[in-house]
Write a protein that binds this ligand. Structure first.
Ligand code: AMP
Length: 277
């Protein structure tokens, strides 16, 4: 496994493979890797003979009050995990390589970027869409794998890839969970033992909500029940529990696939999750 830190190096390695007729699949990450990330690497390897991962804590997707400076950075361990998983190439650039002085351009997916997560983190999807577009242009992969864990992010990436005619196949990877249902997340490391004990209720209530809606319950009523139960179990607040169209994230239509999406806060940690109805 080779680790490169410059755009020129990552581009030349990937171009070399692709010139030889090999597909290359990219797994973008912010590091602090867990089994969820590694499952995306396996998904990438199923798609392409060459796999690349990026490790970059992207400053533009954090608001000033958020956790950019304290986000866990565990590069040595991450590289060992990626090597053991069989990754061929890791791109781990410094911030100055990605955002040199004078960087001005942003990618915004209108509407889809303003609802749900976008309402609570207005800067977030602009930062994500911009860095993912840049990664696609820097690395030049055939495909890229993203987790369903960040479902709205996946919808947004699919949208701008289509709208901007970016020649990358976007592949979704299933959410990997702890045994008690909690979705794996680098931010789970922030949870105190007491908070960790409460956290699985997010998945439990989301599952009940999805089942109730599948059985014909009113989506708004079922969402409100779940939100109340999440707070009653010990979360400090719920940003949203919402049932939406699985493709457009607009109001749900019972004749089409639907998705439950949740975001809630406990202590200093904000957790998100989602599942199909
Ligand atoms: P992050 O490092 O948190 O930015 O995540 C990098 C990629 O891993 C994104 O595509 C996430 O959706 C994905 N991911 C994060 N957590 C999980 C999980 N529990 N299961 C599957 N994929 C995940």
């Amino acid at each position: 496994m080779e680790v490169v830190r410059s755009i020129a190096d990552v581009r030349s390695r990937v171009q070399g493979w692709r010139a030889g007729g090999e597909r290359v699949s990219l797994v973008p990450t912010m590091g602090a890797l867990h089994d969820g990330h590694l499952s995306l690497v396996r998904r990438a390897a199923a798609d392409a003979p060459r796999t690349a991962a990026s490790i970059f804590v992207n400053p533009t997707q954090f608001a000033p009050h958020e956790d950019f400076s304290t986000y866990p950075r565990t590069e040595e361990r991450d590289l060992a995990l990626l090597e053991a998983a069989g990754v061929d190439l890791v791109f781990a650039p410094p911030v100055g390589e990605i955002y040199p002085d004078g960087h001005r351009t942003q990618i915004e997916v209108r509407e889809l970027g303003k609802i749900l997560e976008g309402e609570f983190r207005p800067h977030f999807f602009i930062g994500v869409a911009t860095i993912v577009t840049k990664l696609f242009n820097m690395v030049g992969p055939s495909s890229a794998v993203f987790g369903e864990k960040d479902y709205q992010q996946l919808c947004i990436i699919r949208t701008f890839v289509r709208d901007l005619d970016i020649p990358v196949d976007v592949i979704a990877g299933q959410t990997i969970r702890e045994e008690d249902g909690l979705a794996m997340s680098s931010r789970n490391a922030y949870l105190t033992p007491d908070e960790r004990a409460v956290a699985p209720v997010l998945h439990a209530e989301m599952t009940k909500c999805a089942k109730a809606v599948a059985d014909g319950a009113d989506p708004e009523g079922a969402s409100a029940v779940a939100a109340q139960a999440i707070v009653a179990a010990g979360f400090d607040s719920v940003d949203y529990v919402a049932v939406r169209d699985a493709e457009t994230l607009a109001a749900p239509d019972p004749a089409r696939p639907r998705r439950v999406l949740v975001a809630a806060r406990i202590g200093r940690t904000r957790l998100i999750d989602n599942m199909a109805v």
